[in-house]
Write a protein that binds this ligand. Structure first.
Ligand code: BGC
Length: 841
């Protein structure tokens, strides 16, 4: 596995000064003329990243214009469909050729005992891995008994495309069969946003120049455990070492619990129970088969059906005359549960199918389009007249909504529902990278994500207790609420997850005005996390400093350190927010206060301690260098020049060096201090930000895709336009151009959420510290304009940034919003567009 980013690098970019510079940028440059600081950067050329003969530009679609034009695994990820509950990789309906078959149900996982070679108290005990759910994508086509298999078929007029406005994956081509017959084959697939439990698909065959025997075999296959070609070959292979991949489950996982078939409806239903986790899942399919012949006759159609524990098949077979159009529509339902028996889930699937059967595949597709129309109205970001970038931006936004919309009682896995990378686990990725987008575009989905964490509190209290802490400690990686990270140094020690959850929750509350959430779920989260920090950290003798030791910050290349800057400032925020909210409840909501006080035995003295700790929080600062050390030991370590061709490290480091080799060096995997500068931007001066950014930039490998998007935002804020664009492009194309070489394992969802943040917070200049909203754009040279939407207190504002002006207007909502600082001016946003001339502040 290599980071092929460097392979595609071009030389240093053209002299910046030759490019026309915006007034805003000019101002920034005048102040900081010598700050290009991009020596170690290999600037990526966005235009050269994708082969446009294979994936042509289309602002609303991702297209593959040649059969198997993209590597199989990559295409399966890029064309995966999901609604946040059901996920289906972009495997072809005929099954082969595939790199990894994948069908996932969010939260459906198997557990297994983690075997620590050397055990210790409190290590994670139980691994959790997302299961390959029964695969209902299969619709195999045979013409005159010859199977269609794209890998060896002669094919013309091929196109596979995913339309972001329709939410439908389409593939069409003309197949010239070995006997020379021409057959038009068109297939469609969608996972419904409106119907959480439903996927719909169809295959249509047109006999262009001859009569033919047509057979379509529609199936549900247990690929997790099934035999032979049903089995998922990629999972069975002993993959090379890559800790980012999922654990392979060796034993049988899905134990058959129920099978049934209803031939009148061409319906089959299967249900299973996971051997160890006890979770249950059921999948059912219904079919509608139609034939249209040129002369209106109805050929005889033979159907047969088999339902075995690991495979259900419904087969349609006919001899059709030239010119016939044969269409098979398939509706699929999935239900899963932690408690309910498989048989009951099978009934639920059938009830779902009965209901959506009345809507039909075409009706579902219309509903999908309507749902997406509303989504794009709230969420679209437009880069004016940049169709290639636009396509990539929309693909990224599509990924975030696919991963989260119907996750509801589940989290958002690091790979969404598009692959098994990271075992289907939920990380801090959700709070810091995904929920800001949801908060400002689909607040209900952000609320669900917050509620999902709140739901985990019980397990988090127990985990804190197990580790001899007070309050709640959330798991670093998990599906079911239990810590699943076997490597505590880069897992449990990332205590910052507690503060990340609170940070995201407060952002949601400020943006939405959802006081009810704050009073109930929010108060629980705040009290539980504040207590945790008080027991993890400690005051020095004079109580002038509060320190936090033996933690790991976001940067996983430096672990178990003292006073990680990110952790300390986030904990400080967490403690301060907890004290503020609790005091506010005490002041304004006596009944709620009494309940809270009673539930947690809260005293004024305890809340006072939180304030004292926040106030005294130790923030490492090195006077000599004028920077914030990432932690107490960081500056003492040896430097490792990333760019030295002789002595520089191989990338990504995590695949080439023992952790101890990495830990010895001043080298970082991902933005850590720099992330703190962004998230807590109001507590650092511009001078500090500049010094920190410049110090850490050459040390940052970007081996995690969570890095580039954050670096882009800070580079934009500081006026490093070239770097801001370079990092943006690295985030934007991380999957589309497979920049980290592992897109086949699934979409980098955090980076996709980060792309939105690079546009809105970075180039768009939006800030929201403590519920104070401001917009100070940094439009890149060469961009004509940028339009984005943000929903604040239920009102949607459209922001349009042009070279010299920012326009704000209330696009939807019952009241004005503001004041918002727009390019230095106080603005109340109403239905009349307001334009502020940038640079006049
Ligand atoms: C990153 C983590 C991230 C995880 C899942 C790791 O490589 O270092 O910050 O949470 O991937 O995306």
């Amino acid at each position: 596995m290599t980071d092929n980013a460097t392979d595609k690098a071009t030389g240093p970019a053209a002299e910046e000064d030759k490019v026309w510079v915006s007034p805003i940028r000019r101002k920034a440059r005048r102040n900081f003329p010598a700050d290009r600081a991009d020596k170690h950067h290999h600037l990526l050329d966005a235009e050269g990243l994708m082969d446009r003969d294979v994936t042509p530009v289309d602002e609303w679609r991702l297209i593959e214009a040649k059969p198997e034009g993209l590597p199989l695994g990559l295409a399966e990820t890029l064309f995966a469909l999901s609604n946040g509950y059901i996920g289906m990789r972009g495997n072809p309906p005929e099954g082969r050729d595939s790199s990894e078959h994948g069908t996932y149900i969010n939260g459906l996982h198997e557990t297994w005992a983690i075997k620590h070679a050397e055990d210790a108290y409190g290590l994670a005990r139980e691994g959790q891995t997302i299961v390959n759910a029964p695969d209902a994508k299969a619709m195999r086509l045979y013409i005159d008994d010859e199977p269609l298999r794209l890998g060896n078929a002669e094919v013309y007029d091929y196109e596979r495309s995913l339309d972001f406005r329709e939410g439908v994956l389409r593939r069409r081509f003309i197949w010239r069969t070995p006997s020379g017959k021409k057959i038009r084959v068109t297939s469609e697939r969608m996972v419904s946003f409106q119907e959480k439990h439903v996927a719909a698909m169809s295959i249509e065959v047109e006999l262009l120049d001859a009569d033919a025997a047509v057979m379509i075999n529609s199936q549900i296959l247990n690929r997790q455990d099934g035999e032979d070609e049903y089995h998922d070959a990629a999972n069975a292979q002993g993959a090379d070492l890559d800790p980012r991949r999922a654990e392979a489950l060796e034993e049988r996982v899905l134990i058959p619990a129920f099978q049934s078939s209803t031939p009148e409806r061409h319906r089959s239903t299967l249900a299973y129970r996971c051997a160890h986790s006890g979770m249950t899942v059921s999948a059912a399919m219904d079919h509608t088969f139609t034939v249209t012949t040129p002369d209106g006759t109805e050929p005889y159609v033979e159907t047969s059906q088999t339902t075995d524990p690991d495979a259900a098949s419904v087969l349609f077979h006919l001899d059709a005359p030239q010119g016939s159009v044969i269409r098979l529509e398939k509706l699929v339902a999935y239900h899963s549960s932690r408690k309910v028996r498989g048989e009951e889930l099978a009934f639920r699937c059938e009830r779902t199918l009965n209901r959506v059967g009345r809507i039909g595949v075409l009706g579902l597709m219309e509903n999908q389009q309507e749902w997406l129309e509303r989504f794009w109205e709230r969420s679209d970001v437009v880069i004016h007249n940049q169709p290639a970038l636009q396509q990539a931006v929309r693909w990224n936004l599509w990924q975030v909504i696919q991963a989260s919309a119907r996750a509801e009682f589940q989290g958002v896995p690091a790979k969404g529902m598009t692959g098994t990378g990271y075992g289907g686990h939920y990380f801090w990725d959700t709070e810091i990278y995904v929920t800001p987008f949801l908060t400002y575009t689909s607040p209900q989905f952000a609320r669900n994500a917050m509620r999902f964490r709140w739901d985990m509190l019980e397990a988090a209290w127990s985990r804190a207790d197990e580790l001899a802490h007070d309050g709640a400690l959330f798991p670093w990686r998990t599906i079911n609420g239990q810590e699943s990270s076997a490597y505590y140094a880069a897992g449990t020690a990332q205590y910052h997850i507690d503060a990340d959850i609170v940070y995201a929750m407060m952002k949601y509350v400020y943006a939405s005005g959802d006081q009810e959430f704050l009073l109930h779920e929010g108060a629980d989260l705040l009290v539980s996390t504040a207590r945790f920090w008080m027991s993890l950290g400690f005051f020095n003798g004079e109580r002038t400093e509060f320190q936090i030791h033996s933690v790991t910050g976001p940067d996983e290349y430096n672990t178990v350190v003292n006073n990680n800057l990110y952790t300390n400032v986030m904990a400080q925020y967490n403690l301060g927010a907890a004290a503020d909210v609790v005091k506010q409840i005490q002041r304004d909501r006596p009944a709620a206060w009494r309940k809270l006080q009673h539930r947690y035995e809260l005293t004024d003295a305890e809340v006072g301690e939180w304030e004292e700790a926040a106030e005294a929080m130790y923030i490492p600062f090195d006077e000599k260098l004028g920077i914030h050390p990432q932690d107490d030991q960081f500056l003492l370590r040896k430097r490792w020049n990333l760019d030295d061709p002789e002595t520089g490290p191989k990338r990504p480091l995590l695949l080439h060096y023992h952790p101890l080799t990495i830990y010895r060096h001043q080298i970082i995997k991902q933005a850590d201090v720099v992330l703190a500068l962004f998230l807590m931007g109001n507590r650092f001066t511009t001078e500090q930000k500049r010094a920190d950014y410049k110090y850490y930039d050459p040390l940052t490998t970007g081996d995690s895709s969570l890095s580039a998007v954050v670096q882009s935002i800070m580079a934009a804020e500081l006026g490093y336009a070239e770097q801001a664009m370079d990092f943006f492009v690295r985030g934007l194309y991380v999957d589309l151009a497979n920049l980290h070489g592992n897109a086949a394992d699934g979409v980098h969802v955090a980076s996709a959420g980060g792309v939105w943040q690079s546009l809105v917070y970075g180039f768009g200049g939006f800030r929201d510290h403590g519920g104070q909203f401001s917009i100070d754009p940094k439009l890149p040279d060469g961009w004509e304009g940028l339009t984005y939407r943000i929903t604040i207190h239920g009102c949607r504002i459209r922001v349009t940034v042009r070279r010299r002006a920012v326009e704000v207007v209330l696009e939807e909502g019952s009241h004005q919003v503001g004041p918002i600082m727009v390019a230095g001016h106080e603005v109340i946003v109403g239905p009349e567009p307001m334009t502020v001339v940038a640079g006049e502040a």
